[in-house]
Every structure is written in structure tokens, then in C-alpha cells.
Design a binder for this molecule. Sequence first.
Ligand code: C2E
Ligand code: CA
Ligand code: CA
Length: 695
Amino acid sequence: MAPIRHAFARVMRSLVMKFTLLCGIILVAATAVLMGIEFQLKRADNSAAALRHAELITELFASNSSAYVRVRNDARLASVVDQFAARDDVTAVYAADVNRRVLATTGPADVAVGDRAADHLVQSALGAVDTRIETIGEIIRVAEPVFHEGRLVGAVVATVPLSAVAEPASAIMTRQFLMALGALVVFLPLVAFLIAKALAPVRSLTEAARLASSRKLDLRIDVQTGDELEVLANAFNRMFARLDASVKRVHRLAYVDMITELPNRERFRKELEQVARDAAEHNCEGALLFLDLDRFKRVNDSLGIGEGDRLLEAVGRRLREAARAWDLANGDTSAGPSMVARLGGDEFTILMPRLRDASDAARLARRVIDAVRRPFEISGHQVFLGLSVGAAVFPRDGADPETLLRHADLAMAAAKRDGGNACQFFESSMNQSAFERLVLENELREAVREDQLVVFYQPKVGMVDGALSGAEALVRWQHPTAGLLSPGAFIQAAEECGLIGEIGDWVLRRACKEAAGLMLKGHSVPVAVNVSAMQFESETFADTVLDALQESGLPPEMLELELTESTAMRDPERVIKQIEPLREMGVTFAIDDFGTGHSSLSYLTRMPFDVFKIDQTFVRDMSNDDHARVVVETILALAKSLKLKTVAEGVETAEQYAQLRGLGATLAQGYLFGRPMPMDELERFAEPESGSSVG
Ligand code: C2E
Ligand code: CA
Ligand code: CA
């Protein structure tokens, strides 16, 4: 019922209805006025005709009765009166003599035969010897003097009803009303039709405005009436076009990444939410791949921002192509194609709405890793990137976008820790370790702020004389509750959260200062400081070293910097540029953990290093593993031919010491001579009478 009422109310409120009603009212009013005028005219006409008729009847009555009035023949008069009374157009008549004595009558109550008529009409007709007429409502009375042979003999009076001669007013009214009604019935629909036709453009305008308000803006109103409506429609069209363009632009800004033209984080989040919900409802699986470029930041720094953007664009293109190729060849696209998005920075995501099984995610991950590994050509340069991928499978690993993104991100971080160019699936243990890492990172920040770090020194001794000839600075963390922590417990976390730069710089300054202090006390013990990759890659690295030397007053030749093989080999050109100026000043460089990396030994030997530190695993296994012994022998032979110094690390037994001495190593470092120790202990170690001459 309600919908019908609503529709009715809408029709009643419509412009067509209003205009039609207005026309109806005008029509009715005009008809009413015309009817009134017509009615009045007709009435005037009627009464004139009636008067004329009444006069004629009275004249006829007078002439018929004049002879009998003269002689007062009552009987004959009565018959004439009766004759007239029988007529339809006469109500009453009577005749009187000159003295107004009634001679005959149809018998109205106030006049009786023999009476004197008190009728003023008769009096005035007799007095004036002329016709007298009177109209009372719907009745006309006429008094006529009667003459016989030229002599006034009396008067007659006739009463005539108006209706007898003229149509009554009510009949005219009824007819006219019916005619007007007929006109309304015929014309009103016609009027409604014409109005509806004239207002059709307004309806399209209204409809267009309604659609536009419900966000459908790519429409055009076609109105060609040549009038104001057409102008209005054209204005509407222009407005819609502009609005449509603005809305599309806003949408693009809100949901599209401007560099790669891929969906952005917001868009991806929405899509993921929808797809994950669908998958849960249909009891299906999908996957979210979290992609992070390896080495992008370094490449970006060396390329400059504009080129970096072009590189990202190229990466985005390859990812999209790889995903599309996957969809075409193997993908289950029943729930839509895979979607590649850029979250920001060098982070991308791929949404796989449906998986046939979880290994699909690993296979697509492999494809995109391979796609990104192919070199990129950016303004004439070949650029190499890597890709770490974390995968989260829904609904297993989470139902909402936030959880899924976090889990895939954790898995990606695990893949990156393992060296990149790999894919890791999320495991629930990652949550726990992520939490622990977070706690650790926060504590580590506090440690740096609160001065909880200390530097220990491990002596290096000469192979031949066993004399102290240097010390390696090794950081320790004096944890408020856990006690003294060795770097293994926190260095990796420090590297991952970026604190390693700060910690490394602090160790460097501290070691220079303490070594300079030791020198002042008469002990020249060169100090070796470990440099992490991140620290070394910083633009300001050389300046930091110079500052530390200047601040402490330590001569440059008393400082040795240890780089691991992987740091040294990552970008050889750059390494040379970084270390050359420092080497020229006298700072020496050592390759730490030599032999553990995968770079070719001969290549490494071409780098401008002064010292090889043989990794402790080879020293440890030397006595019972031929391979280890061959590696040690090769390194030592190589060093000898290049005239470089060597340090054998992790020497724990006199046997190892003897063997290494036999092979010609320069220095030894290990528990056999001393564990890492605080500076005051090292000072005692440096005293000539101390036990530095073990072996
Ligand atoms: P590394 O540079 O190879 O340092 C040598 C490690 O071997 C030290 O462990 C030392 O205590 C240990 N060591 C020495 N002699 C022996 C021995 O005879 N037997 C055995 N089993 N081990 C021995 P530590 O102090 O725990 O340091 C571990 C690693 O932490 C270092 O390895 C170095 O890579 C890193 N590290 C330490 N301090 C710093 C620092 O200030 N900056 C940076 N970037 N890394 C540091
Ligand atoms: Ca070292
Ligand atoms: Ca080492």
C-alpha cells in the first residue's frame, strides 16, 4: 500500500500535475466568468421577451374584453377570463371598470368580483391611461387600460410567469455547467499531454541530476529545444564532464601509485580485504606475496631520485608482466586475476585471489624473483637488483589485511636475512621472534643512550716471538639484568634496525681513544676495529675515521680496520675509493673471516688490503680436516707472495700455534694467548713481565 501511496504522492507533486491543475483552475474560472456573463445576458434577454409577451397577452385580453367591460356583461367577461386563465403562459387575469370595481377574475385572493381593486397598478394604469408593468421575482404583472369606441371603460390586469416564455435561469446554468464539464474532460488530458511533452527535457535534467548524485557522472543529456532548457542541459553536460574528470583524478590520486601506475597501498588493502573474505566464505585459499627489493637503496643513492623512480617503474612493469604470464599459464583466475601493487618505497605486493595449492605461491614468487634478477637498463647503466619475498596464505595466516600484511612482511624479513633472492612462507614462530627482536631493539637503543656498551680487547701476538703486537676491539653489552652480553646476541639486531652505524662509530672512537691512552703510558699497541657493511657504505665513513683519529690523537698507522669478505667484495670499485685515502694516511685494512665468502681468492688479492685474517673455522679444523688445512696453506702462500700480513684467528691450542708458525703465519689471535679483556687488563698484558710469551 505504502509504495502506491508514495507513487501517487510523487505524481501529485510532479510539475506536470501542478501545471495541469493550474490549467484546470484557469479553465474552470474562465468558464465560470463566461457562464456568469452569458447567464446575465440571457436573463436580460429573457425578461425583455417576457415583458413583451406579457404586454401582448394583456393587450389581447383588453381587446377581447373591452366590449363586455363597457356593458358590464359579467357572464361574457367571465368566459373570456376563463379562456385566458386556461393558458399556460398566464397565471391570473382580472378585469375592472373605471372605478376599479372588479368585474371578472381568475380569483387571486386579494381581488374578488364586486370589490374595488386596491391594486396600485390598476390605479396608475387608469390614472395615466397607459400600460403599467411590474416585475416581482419570476412574475410579471401588466395593467392595461380598456377603451371602447375611444372611451376609457376600465382596465385589465394579467399576471404572466417568466418561465412560461423564457427558459428558466437554472436550466441555462445546468446546460452551461455540463458544457464546461465536457470541455474540461476533453481538454484537461490534452493539456496534460502537451505540458508533459513540453516538460520532457526537464524530466531528463532531473533524471540526470539524480544519476549524477548517485555518482554516475559519465552521462550526457540530449535536449534540443532551442530554449532555456537546452542552455540549461548544455550547462549540466559541461558541469558533469568537469565533475567526472575531477572525480577520476581524485580517485587516481587516492588509489593509484603515481610512479608505477600500479594500485597503491590503500587500493590493495581494500582488494585484499574483499578477496580474503570471499576466500573464507568459499572455503578456498589465496596468497599474499610481500616483495622487497634487495640493494635498492644503494642503487637509488647512486642513481639519483629521477632514475630511481624509473627503476621502480621498470620493476613494477616486470612484476605485472610476470603476474599476468602466471595467470595465463597456470593461475586459477576464477576469483579474478592476480593483482600487483606498490606499497611505497621499494615494497611491492602481489595478491593471488585463489590458489590451487600453496606451492603456487612459491612458484609465482620464483618467477618474480627471476624477473627482477635480470639486469635493468637505466640511462645506459646496467643495474642489478635482488628480491626478497614473504608469503602469507589466507585464511590460514590471517583473515584481515593488517594481519596478512604483517605476517607476509615478517616472512619477507626472514627471506632477506637468509641473503635475499628467496621466498619464505610465514610461520607462527616468526611472530614470537619478531616480538623478541622488537624488545631487543628497544633495549639496544636504550643501551646506546645509557652508555651500557663497553669495548673489550683481544691481544694479537707475533708468531715468531710471541710478543703482543696488536689488539682487536670487540664490543660488549653490559646489560642491566642479563649481565655481559657478547656481540652474537645483539649485532644482527643492531644491523637490522640500523643501530649498527651508531654503535660502530662509538666503538671506533672509543678504541682510538683508549689505544691513544695506552700509548701515552708507553705501550704502542695497534688497535683493530670491526667495520660493518652499513657503516662502511655510509658516505661519511672516511670522515668519521678521520674525526676519531684527530679527537684521540692516535697516529693513523696505529689503527687497523677489519672488513668482512662480503663487505669488501660487494662493490669493489667503491671499496677502493673509500679506503684509498685512508690507506695513504697510514690506516691499514684487514679482510676479516677470510676464506668464508664465495669470492675468488685471486680476485680478492687484487684489492688494496694489508692483512688477511684467516677465519677461525679453518684454524679449528686444520688438524683433522685436509680441506681446511689446504685453505690455510693456500691463504698463507698467497699472502707471502703478495707480501701481506696474516692473522690466524681462534688459536686455542699450542699444536695449532706450532702448525701455523710452521706454515709462516704472521700473527696469532685466540684464547691460547688471551680472551677479549677490558683495557686495564690489556694494559697489564702489555707489561714486559706479563705472560704474553706463551708457547
Ligand atoms: P670477529 O671479528 O671474527 O671476532 C672474533 C671473535 O672470535 C670474537 O667473538 C672473539 O671473542 C672470538 N674468539 C677469539 N679467539 C677465540 C678462540 O680462541 N676461540 C673461539 N671459539 N673464539 C675466539 P666476539 O667478541 O663474540 O665477536 C663476535 C663477532 O662480533 C666478531 O667476530 C665481529 O664480527 C662482531 N663484532 C664484535 N665487535 C664488533 C664491533 O664493534 N663492530 C662490528 N661491526 N662487529 C663487531
Ligand atoms: Ca674481527
Ligand atoms: Ca674474524
